[in-house]
Ligand binder design. Structure first.
Ligand code: GLA
Length: 384
């Protein structure tokens, strides 16, 4: 059964009625541009063919009921739970967070019953939470006939995540889940929220993106993420700029010399050079030179490993083994401390690269990685 059919079947089973519609939103990988979003910088994610589907129908009053295939639980909440942040916890908190954020923004949110099914793996750094937020938001906007254009939806979903759930993430994941286009990467300016859809036709170039789940145990992800964000914001204040996006690449060494310690200098260097790498990658893709982006992916990984200090041995091993086996480029994707690695490979070479990573893992005694090849899919849509 497809994920959309599972959502509909779950809806029937739990509510003994058909849904009024189904809405899907994808997970994402980020081609390049890590920890740049909350620095008002640039990112270049694309949507995965793995999706979360919300089957939904209106229900009377200010009440919401949501069932999840994954846990088999049904959670109910009402107006009281969405007048203050954080009152619904766990996976249903993302759903309640969307209702909360819509209400905070002044929308009349329809009561609803929802059934959620998903193909986006949890905890793999592929933004399952943003996929859930985006699918639920799309459903509520349509059911309520709310006047909230797609361009404005990522900010609202981010508010749900930042303030209701309490995770201090940037705007990349929600933007990817909502605004991506099939066959394209999403070049997003996280300050202005302007986007450009950059053609990313891997097939035509005889290439593939291999996504390898490092299966590394997550270590202190939330605390470390918040710490990175904090040091970036402090550094921006020290440099007297609104955000690290405003630090030019030219003269970077002189700028870094104004900072008090080596760790802060490294954090800033990562963000400034990473923004530049996103722009350089976009230039190459516009010129249809996908093949040439490999060294930028590698430089991004090195910067995340040595300057931003967000990689772990499993992801470094995967990147090294992929490159040694002939990948054109490879890097960790997402927030870090585990999660996935992406490798740009010749299409007929992806098994060789994947096997090399598996062998390297076995030699180091790591839990075996899992992998899949992906092409850019579409953002949130109504299915029926
Ligand atoms: C997580 C966050 C994003 C972004 C990335 C790192 O995925 O949710 O906002 O900061 O990490 O690039």
């Amino acid at each position: 059964m497809t994920v959309a059919d599972r959502a509909a079947a779950g809806f029937h089973q739990v509510y003994a009625q058909p849904p009024a519609g189904r809405w899907a939103a994808p997970g994402r990988v980020n081609l390049i541009g890590e920890h740049t979003d909350y620095n008002d910088g640039f990112v270049l994610p694309f949507a995965l063919p793995l999706r979360t589907v919300a089957a939904a129908a209106p229900q009377p009053g200010e009440t919401w009921t949501v069932w999840s295939e994954l846990t088999g639980e049904t959670v109910d909440f009402g107006a009281a739970e969405v007048t203050g942040a954080g009152r619904v916890t766990g996976w249903a908190g993302y759903v309640a967070g969307i209702v909360w954020a819509l209400r905070e923004a002044g929308y009349q949110v329809p009561g609803a019953r929802l059934a959620i099914a998903s193909d986006v793996p949890l905890g793999a750094g592929l933004s399952s939470s943003a996929a859930l937020e985006a699918a639920v938001l799309a459903a509520l906007v349509d059911l309520g006939g709310l006047d909230l254009p797609a361009e404005a939806q990522p900010r609202l979903a981010q508010r749900a995540e930042n303030h209701y759930v309490g995770a201090p993430t940037g705007i990349m994941d929600q933007s990817a889940a909502i605004r991506c286009r099939a066959g394209h990467a999403l070049f997003l300016d996280c300050r202005t929220e302007q986007v450009e859809h950059i053609p990313f036709d891997l097939n035509a170039a005889g290439l593939a993106i291999l996504v390898i789940d490092s299966n590394a145990p997550h270590r202190h992800v939330d605390g470390e993420y918040a710490a990175r964000r904090n040091s970036c914001e402090k550094a921006a204040a020290l440099l007297d700029v609104p955000a690290l996006r405003d630090v030019p690449t030219d003269g970077l060494d002189d700028t870094l010399a104004r900072l008090p310690d080596d760790e802060t200098r490294r954090r800033v260097r990562h963000v400034v050079t990473e923004n530049q790498r996103v722009c350089d990658t976009v230039e190459l893709l516009r010129a249809r030179q996908i093949q040439q982006i490999g060294p930028l992916l590698v430089a991004s990984h090195t910067s995340m490993r040595d300057d931003f200090a967000i990689t772990v041995p499993e992801v470094d091993t995967a990147v090294e083994a992929a490159l040694a086996a002939g990948a054109l480029g490879a890097r960790m994707t997402g927030g870090g401390f585990g999660g996935c690695v992406l490798a740009l490979v010749e299409a007929d070479h992806s098994d060789t690269v994947a096997n090399a990573v598996t062998d390297a893992y076995a030699r180091r005694g790591f839990t075996a990685p899992t992998h899949t090849t992906v092409t850019p899919a579409t953002g949130a849509t109504r299915l029926d």
